[in-house]
Design a protein around this ligand. Structure first.
Ligand code: PMT
Length: 410
């Protein structure tokens, strides 16, 4: 919980997307943050300060001359600036972006933009014509060059029944950018290649063999690795989740497709390369692909034989491939077990030449496949075992990546 006990100053300006600030506040509260709200007068006409006060249990800063009891000094914008760990403006109108870009400080939000001395994040929301306006774009460029981080906007529905770019970013993406501020960029010299999700082994044009992997574990590793400064490629089987902004995604279907993409990413990497195999790679594929839909046999024998062949072990294949091109690639594996977790996982470390293996019990419903949390044991080459308590997959990802940092390179 990287945001626990952090103080977030949230500046809110008047926009149809203002209700999304309430969503962000509840997400930040779940992360254990302390949230202070600065609400422009116009924003206070959309949603009352009382609502924000009730959600944050803190007084809401609405008027430049208002003095809130914040302990350190009685000049509110200085006192808030002194306690802020991050300053977020969400939603951010074209007007506030212009003020922030030119250092105007005549309302509570623009005043805090000038007085805060912490990382600053802006989540724009406006009509797409306004967003593409060259002056608005130059204000955004100026703020980016000054180190302000931007979350969105994205394509989506806009006010006045329009569609286009200008829709406020997803709350989870804004939250992830806030979190990214607090991650130490310790993986900047690394290329992290993550495999995620299931593979699909086609039987005929209509049917395939797959498994229950949702991709969440691998996507979390890719997201956190990016937040820690790594250059990240996510090689994913078919899943229904979105990769974090900044992560390169390569979509594959079969185990062989995944192998080809992993090899390619290894070949083009010119950094310290670590492959993290979080995907549930299909161990088998149909011996023969039938290029027409297999008809239901209507004789009285209702059984159909489906001959399967073994898929290559991708982890072993990429290890051999890296050696064949003289690349020192480190590989971290996962072990999906239903029994004898540690014993079965330990066998895989040697057979797959892994740096360490992340073992999870996939017979449990509350962890492993498709869950938001996981409970893993990390087993090292020397046989030592580190059992982690159950936690969000984002936090498991962070723990795995901290151990990637510890891998020894010759
Ligand atoms: O995607 P989620 O819904 O979040 O679920 C997460 C997960 C349960 C899929 C993940 O935590 C996990 O356990 N991934 C590994 C699943 C798996 O295939 O484990 P395994 O014990 O069968 O394989 C061991 C290792 O070899 C894995 O790193 C796997 O990627 C790799 N492998 C497996 C088969 C194969 N033919 N080639 C491989 O490289």
């Amino acid at each position: 919980m990287i945001l626990k006990d952090k103080t977030i100053i949230l500046g809110v300006t008047a926009s149809i997307a203002e209700y999304r600030a309430l969503e962000l506040i509840s997400a930040l509260k779940k992360e254990g943050c302390n949230i202070h709200i600065a609400l422009t007068k116009e924003a206070a006409q959309f949603i009352s300060p009382t609502m924000f006060k009730a959600l944050t249990n803190n007084d809401v800063y609405c008027d430049v001359l208002e003095e809130l009891d914040l302990g350190s000094t009685n000049i509110t914008h200085i006192a808030l600036a002194d306690i802020a760990d991050v300053f977020v403006v969400m939603p951010a109108t074209a007007n506030i972006i212009a003020k922030m870009a030119s250092g105007v400080a005549d309302d509570v939000v623009s005043l805090l933009s000038v007085s805060t001395h912490c990382p600053k994040i802006i989540a724009p929301a406006m009509n797409s014509y306004m967003y593409s306006n060259s002056i608005v774009q130059s204000n955004i460029e100026k703020l980016k060059n000054a180190g302000y981080l931007f979350a969105g906007p994205i394509e989506g529905d806009l006010a006045c029944n329009a569609k286009g770019i200008g829709h406020i970013a997803d709350t989870q993406d804004i939250l992830d950018i806030i979190k990214s501020v607090f991650f130490e960029k310790t993986l900047t010299n690394y290329k992290i290649i993550v495999s995620a999700g299931p593979t699909q082994e086609a039987i005929d044009p209509v049917r395939y063999i797959t498994n229950h992997s949702s991709g969440k574990m691998g996507f979390a590793i890719a997201k956190i690795a990016h937040m820690m400064g790594a250059d990240v490629t996510l090689v994913s089987g078919p899943v229904h989740i979105k990769e974090a902004p900044g992560v390169k995604r390569v979509d594959v279907k079969s185990a062989l497709d995944m192998l080809t993409s992993l090899k390619n990413e290894i070949e083009i990497s010119n950094k310290k390369t670590v492959v993290i195999m979080a995907s549930a790679v299909g161990d088998f594929a149909p011996l023969k692909y039938v290029d027409k839909k297999i008809k239901k046999i209507d004789n009285n024998n209702n059984n159909i034989n489906l001959l399967l062949k073994k898929n290559p072990d991708l982890t072993i294949e990429i290890g051999n491939f890296a050696k064949s091109i003289n690349k020192d690639v480190k590989i971290v594996g996962f072990a999906a077990e239903t029994d004898d977790l540690i014993e079965n996982a330990t066998k895989k470390i040697k057979s797959k030449s892994l740096e360490f293996i992340v073992a999870n019990d996939v017979s449990r419903k509350d962890i492993g496949f498709n869950s938001s949390e996981n409970e893993v044991s990390i087993i090292y080459k020397n046989g030592s075992v580190e059992k982690l308590h159950k936690m969000e997959k984002d936090d498991v990802a962070y723990q795995i990546l901290k151990r990637v940092e510890g891998i020894k390179w010759i």
